[in-house]
Design a protein around this ligand. Structure first.
Ligand code: NOJ
Length: 503
């Protein structure tokens, strides 16, 4: 919500100190903070400091000449044999370098060409960022969600070998670089540690060892991280644009790796959805019938919320909001969609329009960005005038108002999950063990400490299944089913069962 030309939905910031006029004023922000705090709510701001907008004053200055005071705030390189300095590809496709005639040099942009990367090796730049962070923390905000924070330290500027025939991903040289821990520790020492503030880092591509380094208490870097390994589980040949069916065994393996990996040191964030992911119920759930929709949304919620880590709920997820039925490119707004369409359909011609539209419907970030569905009035109660994106046509059936006072709703189910986490320490602190690892239909795990054990059983299929275990020893804490327990424990399609071992 900072001032931004909105090339990448606000992740291209032109002024870190102001609220974009389309959202309001800094006074409105102060009021929001005060009102939130008076209700016991906290507000965490996005911190986007790997890059700025090309409209930011620093970049405008930086472009002008090689001896400008701000030149070194960004990453400028000379071309190589009349070409880009390296063959790196931007995350939004196309070269990661943009040529600028003014000084006959290229600048690096890991995202859109309108998002030049900041040069964290420059100490003045770092101090300016810290000053800005203090400005917001002094206002009383409660922490930062740090955008692609492990990309702020770059390693070498050398060519990469193609990893697949169509991508020149350079994360090897641009993620978890040699000075990353030094930068985060400096930020912590100079800024974060002076306040009562939480931090969560968006960390793409990192190992368990690195994650522990980022989030352990003793390293003083971050409180927790978002990692994305599970989000790639259904990516195909051209990444998320050509999705493949969910392989539950693979998803379980990745989950186990992170649950066990950060079990005693470091801290996980738990999430299915965010503003960069399609809607989970349309992805790993089933929206083909109202019953499947409701049951699978609850099942996915329970599977995630009983794990170890801090759960995040993305707006609308608690209502089971679904993907949007995109008909054409005109329905989309995301720069990532347009750039990838250009590359895969128009330039490389590896996908047809229809294939790409299918990928967009399944995976595009726009699925998560349609207006929040508050009620069934015009524009779902999001606004009284035409909103910036189409409202999902299913808002008459899926909206907050219709679920809030309904004990059987997805919304109520989320409330019960949150309640359970408050009630049982074992859900917060207990150890994790994955059961039936190779079984492709059920996700089963237990959480345990010296005294308690919680067993979670979730059915990811539309088939009724039997699971044999000593169910007499357990009581049900929460489920989307009322199982009839006779000689066997019958698990309904998309059923989920949170059980506690009887003491
Ligand atoms: C990650 C953000 O979540 C995403 O929305 C954005 O496009 C990139 N970082 C670039 O800031």
């Amino acid at each position: 919500m900072y001032v931004s030309p909105q090339v990448d939905n606000g992740y291209d910031i032109a002024d870190y100190y102001q609220i974009d006029p389309m959202f309001g004023t800094i006074k409105d922000f102060d009021m929001l903070l005060e009102e939130a705090h008076s209700r016991g709510l906290k507000i965490v701001m996005d911190l986007v400091v790997n890059h700025t907008s090309d409209q930011h004053e620093w970049f405008q200055q930086s472009r002008l000449s090689t001896d400008n005071k701000y030149r070194d705030y960004y990453i400028w390189k000379k071309g190589k044999n009349n070409q880009e300095p390296t063959n790196w590809e931007s995350i939004f496709s196309g070269s990661a370098w943009e040529y600028d005639e003014l000084t006959d040099m290229y600048y690096l942009h890991l995202y859109s060409s309108k998002q030049p990367d900041l040069n964290w090796d420059n100490v003045d730049m770092r101090n300016d960022i810290y000053k800005m962070m203090k400005f917001w923390l002094d206002k009383g905000i409660d922490g930062f969600r740090m955008d692609v924070i492990n990309k702020i330290s770059k390693a070498e500027y050398v060519d990469v070998l193609p990893q697949t025939s169509h991508y020149m991903r350079c994360s090897k040289y641009t993620s978890n670089g040699p000075r990353i821990h030094e930068f985060l520790q400096e930020m912590n020492k100079k800024v974060i540690s002076q306040y009562d503030a939480m931090t969560v880092g968006e960390i793409t591509a990192c190992s368990i060892e690195q994650a522990i380094q980022y989030t352990s208490d003793y390293t003083h870097e971050l409180n927790m991280l978002f990692q994305f390994e599970h989000n790639d589980v259904d990516s195909g040949q051209y990444g998320k644009w050509t999705p493949i069916p969910l392989d539950l065994v693979k998803l379980k393996r990745i989950t186990e790796k992170w649950q066990i990996g950060l079990m005693h040191e470091g801290w996980n964030s738990l999430f299915w959805d965010n503003h960069d992911q399609p809607r989970i119920v349309s992805r790993f759930g089933n929206t083909s019938t109202p019953q499947y929709w409701k049951d699978s949304a609850k099942m996915l919620a329970a599977t995630l919320h009983m794990m170890k880590g801090t759960p995040y709920i993305y707006q609308g997820e608690e209502l089971g909001m679904t993907n949007y039925p995109f008909q054409d490119l005109e329905d989309c707004v995301d720069v990532e969609v347009f750039n990838n369409y250009k590359m895969l359909v128009l330039e490389k011609k590896v996908l047809t329009h229809e294939q790409m539209m299918k990928g967009i419907c399944y995976s595009s970030r726009d699925n998560a960005r349609t207006p929040m569905q508050w009620d069934n009035s015009i524009y779902a109660g999001f606004s009284k005038t035409t909103p910036w994106m189409n409202v999902n046509p299913n808002y008459h059936d899926i909206n907050a108002l219709s679920q809030m006072n309904n004990n059987d709703s997805i919304y109520s189910f989320y409330q019960k999950l949150i309640q359970l986490r408050h009630e049982y320490d074992v859900i917060v602190y207990g150890d994790f063990e994955l059961l039936e690892k190779e079984y492709p239909h059920l996700f089963i795990y237990r959480r345990y400490d010296d005294k308690n054990e919680i067993l979670v059983i979730s059915n990811f299929t539309n088939q009724e299944l039997i699971y044999e275990f000593n169910y007499e020893n357990y009581e049900i804490l929460l489920s989307n089913d009322k199982p009839v327990i006779s000689k066997t424990f019958c698990i309904k399609a998309y059923g989920t069962y949170i059980l506690k071992r009887k003491s």
